[in-house]
Design a protein around this ligand. Structure first.
Ligand code: MG
Ligand code: MG
Length: 624
């Protein structure tokens, strides 16, 4: 089974697109007509460029408004097709993709469509070419793959085959049962796309919101399961029209595309017990067991201030690295690492970003297998020189060039603190923090689907329906990925407005990264009392919030007064409750949250606008 992607999916010139596609290890491309028209060279040049990059060309597309035309226009359409065949031959490609007619001039009737396909198939065959027919979801007469198949079947010509496009089929919720009965050798091309559930016309939905399998809400896996019953073994080609992708980096979007195909094949093999040919078998998704550590890169000026904030939060300086300027801060099961080395990854990260989280250490059941899976999913491995007495912790690149380390307890990695650090024996002002509840990462809006796919393909985590949160500077989109048991929760935030907290963070940090870390406690009131005693400054919450809370909930006046006194936010879902406080931001860069979950599963979305407004106020107050 060949992997392919349509050039329309990516940004850039045709040359840039082809390079990005080859770099992402695809076998082939679909040449989108517009890319050819705007290309500064002949189709033969494109053929040469593809050959040099080792890319096959699966099809030229689309050929529009072909079938069922009345007599005069019909002749012109066939003449147009002959010219396309010329181009096809120059391209060195043998398949022209035809999508169903949307012209108001077209006449319906399966037999008429079949006759046109048959005649064009005959003309194609004379040149050693083939044609493939696709039902657009908004086709005038043919908008259902079952009708397209019937037209192809009745055309009864070996050079005429079917295109199945997951978007057109799944968007209309067409029954997949009939697909299983189509002979695989009559399917000439399969195009894959996912999309979020949206209430809009098919055309706008398709042209702007398609995304890679796994990034949207369509049952692409059901489509693949039905397809596998046909015996089809041709190209799986991604055909994605998406505004974000066309604004994004062609290289990274192409890698995402190939990652999505490998992940899809992996899910299919779990579902039906067989892997499409040519697709690598992956170790299973890594089950997260928690956040093992969070590493901050800081210079000599910032590190002491950061460490005094940690001390205020109740962490103790538990360990000192044997050979490096790296300290370990502990509380409960939480490990924070401060790296102030003058060389190596953390240092370069610090030079670019300033004081920031440069790495997340994720605990998984088997780090070596997780790393192998990551590599096979085309995640970017990271290596740096390992000194004697240090562990080689497997790592891949994460958000904003940061690292994701993979650790487990079953190998030596589980003893990293013993092996690399000496115990200081120091104590601290414990504040009752137990674990990392969630980590929130801010990123460019265009990157959100990239990191959604990164986490969900590598780890056994699921996505939660995204939320739009009101920030005083605009809307922030928030996408959670979490493991079923809550051992790992990551919140991805992105905004199209430059004035939101999320976007300001990107400019402060010179890139995407961790904007806040939430720690869990079993008793927030007690924890907050400790923090206040330790001199930690919490984000002030306006009094109006508590008036509103009194009106919205049945909390007693005493309970509300206690929350208000300590700037605690409160949310309820059924019988479950959530309490949260935020620290003031460290240099307007990142901040900490402390939460108490009383059975509550969410993230306090109802409180997010209040928090964002309070932070906007605090930011303005802090400006010189
Ligand atoms: Mg298509
Ligand atoms: Mg939070």
């Amino acid at each position: 089974m060949k992997t392919s992607i349509a050039t329309v999916s990516l940004s850039g010139t045709l040359g840039e697109k082809l390079e990005a596609i080859a770099n992402a290890k695809f076998d082939a491309v679909e040449i989108f007509e517009n890319d050819l028209v705007t290309y500064n060279g002949t189709p033969a040049d494109v053929r040469k460029a593809c050959a040099e990059l080792g890319l096959g060309i699966v099809t030229l597309q689309p050929f529009r408004d072909f079938e069922g035309m009345p007599l005069g226009p019909r002749e012109r359409v066939f003449a147009r097709a002959e010219r396309k065949f010329d181009t096809l031959q120059e391209l060195g490609c043998d398949l022209l993709m035809i999508c169903s007619n949307v012209s108001p001039d077209s006449l319906g009737g399966i037999d008429r469509a079949a006759a046109d396909l048959s005649e064009l198939g005959e003309r194609a065959a004379r040149r050693g070419l083939r044609i493939a027919f696709e039902a657009l979801a908004w086709g005038r007469h043919i908008n259902d793959y079952r009708d397209a198949w019937e037209a192809v079947r009745r055309a009864d010509h070996p050079a005429v085959g079917l295109v199945l496009d997951s978007f057109h089929i799944l968007a209309r919720k067409t029954d997949l049962g009939a697909m299983r009965a189509i002979p695989g050798d009559r399917i000439f091309l399969v195009q894959l796309a996912d999309a979020p559930f949206l209430e809009m016309d098919y055309l706008s939905w398709s042209r702007h919101f398609r995304n890679f399998p796994g990034q949207g809400d369509l049952p692409v896996l059901d489509f693949m399961a039905a397809l596998s019953a046909t015996g089809y073994d041709g190209a799986l080609s991604l055909e994605i029209f998406n505004d974000q992708f066309r604004a994004g980096s062609a290289r990274s979007v192409a890698v995402d595309g190939h990652r999505s195909l490998r992940f899809l094949a992996d899910q299919l093999s779990t579902r039906i017990g067989g892997l499409p040919t040519g697709m690598p078998a992956l170790p299973p998704r890594a089950r997260p067991v928690g956040v093992s550590f969070i590493e901050f890169a800081a210079d000599d000026h910032d590190a002491p201030r950061l460490e005094s904030l940690f001390a205020g939060l109740g962490f103790r300086r538990a360990g000192q690295h044997h050979s490096k300027a790296v300290t370990r801060w502990c509380q409960g099961d939480i490990n924070l690492v401060v790296n102030r080395e003058k060389e190596g990854f953390a240092h370069s990260f610090n030079v670019v970003h300033g004081a920031a989280v440069c790495a997340l250490g994720l605990g998984v059941e088997n780090a070596a297998m997780a790393f192998q899976r990551a590599t096979l999913l085309l995640d970017q491995p990271f290596r740096q020189a390992v000194a004697p007495g240090e562990l080689d912790i497997p790592a891949v690149r994460g958000v904003g060039g940061s690292l994701v380390y993979l650790l487990d307890r079953s190998s030596e990695l589980g003893r990293v603190w013993e092996i690399e650090f000496s115990d200081t024996g120091e104590t601290g002002n414990e504040a009752g923090l137990t674990t990392v509840d969630h980590v929130s990462q801010s990123m460019q809006y265009e990157e959100m689907l990239t990191w959604l796919l990164f986490y969900t393909s590598l780890l056994d985590v699921a996505k939660v329906p995204p939320q739009e949160v009101a920030d005083p500077g605009g809307l922030v989109r928030s996408q959670v990925v979490e493991s079923a048991d809550g051992a790992l929760r990551i919140v991805l935030n992105g905004s199209q407005s430059a004035r939101t907290q999320s976007s300001r963070f990107l400019s402060e940090l010179f890139g995407s990264g961790v904007q806040h870390i939430a720690f869990a406690t079993d008793d927030l009131l007690k924890t907050v009392a400790r923090l206040e005693a330790n001199g930690v400054r919490l984000l002030p919450i306006p009094d109006n919030y508590y008036d509103d809370l009194a009106a919205k909930t049945d909390l007693s006046m005493e309970q509300i007064a206690a929350l208000q006194e300590h700037n605690i936010l409160y949310d309820r879902d059924g019988d479950t409750e959530y309490l949260q406080v935020y620290t003031e931001a460290f240099d307007q860069r990142f901040f900490f949250e402390i939460v108490e979950r009383r059975g509550y599963r969410g993230y306090g979305a109802a409180n997010a606008p209040v928090r964002l407004a309070a932070q906007a106020t605090a930011t303005t107050a802090a400006l010189p």
